[in-house]
Design a protein around this ligand. Structure first.
Ligand code: BEZ
Length: 225
C-alpha cells in the first residue's frame, strides 16, 4: 500500500507548492471528493499522454464533484512549461493553464511521505522518480482507493472514473458493484443483508443466481437512483 496509508484512514494533510501557488491539501479539497495522482517526470512521453487525457476528462471529474491534483518531483517552472506541451498534445492552445494544479515536489519530501517513489525507475542522477499513484479521497478525507502503477505503464482514466462511480454509489446505497460494472448496470446485494431485509430495501426486486453450492449469495438488483 503506497505510503502505508490504509483504506479508511484519514489522508495526510500537507502544504505544497503548486502551479497555482501554495496550497493546504485538505483546504484545497474542501467538501469535495479528491484525486491525487502522481507521474514520474515532466517532459516524458507516457506522462504527457496521461496528463492530456486527465485534462480532457476534467469536466467528468467536476461532474462527480472530484477535485483533481497531480504531483511529480519536478519544479513549478517545469510543470508550467510542460503544461504547454500537454495542451498542445491535446490540440488546444499551448498555454500554461490546466484545469487542475500540479504539485512541485523537487526534494521528494511528499513523495517519500506518501510512499510514491518507484525504486525501479531512476532519473539521470540515479534518484528514484515518482510512480503512477492514484489516491481517491472521500469528502471526509478518508482514503477510499489507491492504485499503484509502475512508470512503464500508463493509466486508464476511464477506469478511474468508473471506480469513482462505484465508490460514490456504494457510499450512499447499500449495494456493491460486480466485475466490469458500469453506471446503469445491475448491482449486487451485499452478502450481509438478510433475504427479508433485501426484499424490503430493493423494491425493484432481487434476483438470485443459482449456483451449485445452493447458498444463494449472488443476488442482483437494479442500480438505485
Ligand atoms: C514516460 O512518461 O514516458 C516515462 C517516464 C519515466 C519512465 C518511463 C517512462
Amino acid at each position: 500500500m503506497p505510503g502505508g496509508i490504509l483504506l479508511g484512514e484519514t489522508f495526510p494533510d500537507f502544504k505544497a507548492d503548486t502551479t497555482v501557488g501554495e496550497i493546504s491539501f485538505h483546504e484545497y479539497l474542501g467538501d469535495a471528493w479528491g484525486i491525487l495522482f502522481s507521474h514520474p517526470r515532466d517532459y516524458t512521453p507516457v506522462c504527457t499522454t496521461e496528463l492530456g487525457r486527465a485534462v480532457k476528462l476534467a469536466p467528468e471529474f467536476k461532474k462527480r464533484n472530484v477535485r483533481m491534483i497531480a504531483l511529480s518531483i519536478d519544479s513549478v517552472e517545469d510543470h508550467l512549461g510542460w503544461s504547454k506541451d500537454i495542451n498542445s498534445y491535446n490540440c488546444d492552445e499551448p498555454t500554461e493553464i490546466l484545469p487542475f494544479p500540479i504539485i512541485a515536489d523537487p526534494k521528494r519530501e511528499l513523495a517519500v511521505k506518501l510512499g510514491m517513489l518507484d525504486p525501479d525507475e531512476k532519473d539521470s542522477t540515479g534518484m528514484p522518480v515518482t510512480a503512477r499513484c492514484v489516491f481517491i479521497i472521500g469528502p471526509e478525507k478518508k482514503l477510499k482507493l489507491s492504485i499503484l502503477y509502475p512508470a512503464t505503464t500508463g493509466r486508464n482514466f476511464d477506469e478511474i472514473l468508473r471506480v469513482i462511480d462505484s465508490l460514490q454509489l456504494t457510499a450512499t446505497h447499500c449495494v456493491v458493484t460486480p466485475v466490469d460494472w458500469k453506471p446503469g448496470e445491475k448491482v449486487i446485494v451485499p452478502p450481509n443483508v438478510p433475504e427479508e431485509e433485501a426484499n424490503k430495501i430493493f423494491t425493484s426486486g432481487v434476483s438470485t443466481k443459482q449456483l451449485p453450492s445452493g447458498k444463494g449469495y449472488l443476488r442482483y438488483t437494479a442500480q438505485p437512483q
